[in-house]
Design a protein around this ligand. Structure first.
Ligand code: KIV
Ligand code: ZN
Length: 525
């Protein structure tokens, strides 16, 4: 593959790729992803901390909520460029310019469709009318604002000669960034690479602007196409956290950024993103919009650095590079996760037991490993507390923790109430009732009251495992206790019960640790 085409443009280094984040606009306008203005502010803060160069905050002409969000974000964030989207209509441009008054570094993002399909069926405009509208709109806006991005909507399905004419007209009228969206995710890496090369080589004034790629993911090619656009000379990428966006979404920010970091020598390009903020930012968005990413999502999915198979775990224990191309810490995970389950080998079980303080002779390890394999026939994942139970033997009153006997929920209208009955480590019954903002909140409050353990939740998710009659809910949560993050899982046919089991998984581990510390102190007293 050829080296990236270098483009003499206003940026300091041709290999510094600007990250234009459109989570709050293209992402937010897709089903299930809407955010209130205060939520957008929280997300915008995180994006600024992450190092996004440009944050697109919304489409002010479309709603009061987008105007309010822009005003709030503009008041707070002075460093990144703040952009808003606008149609090529004087009334829309005026509204957008008013919204941008709040921004320290404003950018107006104008767009108009250029493809024959859109011209004929959506706009009902001729080529000449499109050209005139682009020139007039950019020139109109230029009287009020310097930083103008122009997007040729459905650009990748536009006739090449006409695309060049439109881009030339936008540049002549004052556009400073030219974005060529693959609006419907139709292009291929080869095509988009040559599209950008052609534009940069042949359009008059191309050397005065930054070219930008905006790829949708309908065929799962958004990141590959964006990388190819960079090879073709694009120096700005438009992307969203977790890849949210219209239909199958946009190019995922975390993926494009890590592709450029891990394969920087190949692409001869990098971004200014602080990659350690990728996972926290992804998780923040998941919580804000209530849309978890799939476990195997690149970079930010919970399996992205998890290893279960014996061969992989064995390799990882010898040298991480055998199965990891990036460090989990570099993207914001605490560490690699060795998931113990049916596919795990003796080496991984031994290593986990050592981490828990158990140093076993070969014969003891054989016995525990046999128990471990038997347990794996009953459950998918073996947690630390399961291993401790194996070590101490179930029901001996020492290794055991709290066990769930029953739980009842009641709906109180705006609030919910939960009653839990547990058997404590000595086999006594404890029952507590608590209220909360919803069933899960009430459940966790009741469990805290019954066990005396206060857990501060960092994340909580429920997934469905299996299909049809076998389907079960798996709840996973993580909590921070001091400097340590604990993860717990619980599986049941009932998701509320699975959530209770996940909570108790963590609480029991903490209690065992406390008991271990107390007996160590007694022994040394
Ligand atoms: O996908 C697209 O074409 C867009 C433009 C409005 C930039 O989101
Ligand atoms: Zn888009």
């Amino acid at each position: 593959m050829n080296a990236p085409t270098s483009q003499a443009s206003p940026q300091a280094s041709p290999a510094r790729i600007r990250v234009f984040d459109t989570t709050l606009r293209d992402g937010e306008q897709s089903p299930g992803c809407s955010m209130t203005p205060p939520q957008k502010v929280v997300m915008a803060r995180a994006l600024a901390e992450l190092g996004a160069d440009i944050i697109e905050t919304g489409f002010p002409a479309s709603s009061q909520s987008d105007r309010d969000a822009m005003a709030l974000i503009g008041k707070e964030l002075r460093e990144p460029v703040l952009a808003v989207l606008s149609r090529c209509l004087p009334a829309d441009i005026d509204i957008s310019l008013r919204a941008l008054e709040a921004a320290a570094r404003p950018r107006l993002h104008l767009f108009l469709s250029t493809s024959p399909l859109h011209r004929e069926h959506k706009l009902r405009m001729s080529r000449q009318q499109v050209l005139d509208r682009v020139a007039e709109s950019v020139a109109y806006a230029k009287r009020h604002i310097e930083d103008i991005e122009f997007s040729t909507e459905d650009g990748t399905r536009t006739e090449e000669d006409f695309l060049h004419e439109v881009v030339a007209a936008a540049i002549a009228a004052g556009a400073t960034t030219i974005n060529v969206p693959d609006t419907v995710g139709f292009t291929t890496p080869e095509e988009i690479r040559s599209l950008f090369r052609g534009l940069i080589a042949r359009v008059p004034g191309a050397d005065k602007v930054v070219f930008s790629a905006h790829c949708h993911n309908d065929l799962g090619l958004a990141v590959a196409n964006t990388l190819a656009a960079i090879e073709g000379g694009a120096r700005q990428v438009e992307c969203t956290i977790n890849g949210i966006g219209e239909r199958a979404g946009n190019c995922a920010l975390e993926e494009i950024v890590m592709a450029l970091k891990v394969r920087g020598a190949f692409f001869e390009a990098d971004t200014g993103v602080d990659t350690r903020r990728l996972v926290p930012t992804s998780q923040l968005l998941q919580r804000l919009i209530g849309m978890p990413v799939q476990r195997n999502k690149a970079v930010v999915g919970s399996n992205a650095f998890a290893h279960e198979s014996g061969i992989h775990q064995h390799g990882m224990l010898r040298h991480r590079g055998t199965y990891e191309i990036m460090h989990p810490q570099d993207v914001g995970w605490a560490d690699t996760q060795m998931v113990l389950g049916r596919h795990s080998g003796r080496a991984a079980v031994e290593q986990r037991l050592r981490a828990l303080g158990y140093y076993l002779e070969e014969t003891e390890l054989e016995l525990v490993f046999a128990d471990f394999k038997a347990l794996c026939e009953q459950q998918r994942v073996v947690t630390d507390s399961d291993l401790q139970t194996l070590m101490h033997g179930a029901g001996d009153g020492d290794g055991d923790g709290y066990r769930l006997a029953s739980l009842t929920l009641s709906d109180l209208g705006q609030r919910a109430s939960a009653t839990v009955e547990l058997s404590d480590p000595d086999g006594r019954r404890v029952a507590e009732t608590a209220e909360g903002d919803g069933p899960v909140d009430a459940l966790f409050a009741a469990l805290a009251a019954a066990t005396g353990v206060q857990l501060s939740l960092e994340s909580y998710q429920v997934h469905s495992v299996g299909l049809g009659a076998d389907a079960r809910g798996e709840a996973s949560l993580s909590v921070r206790h001091g400097d340590t993050e604990y993860e717990g899982t619980g599986t049941s046919r009932d998701i509320i019960e699975a959530s209770a089991l996940a909570w108790l998984d963590v609480a029991n581990r903490l209690l065992r640790q406390r008991r271990g510390t107390a007996s160590e102190q007694l022994a040394t007293a």
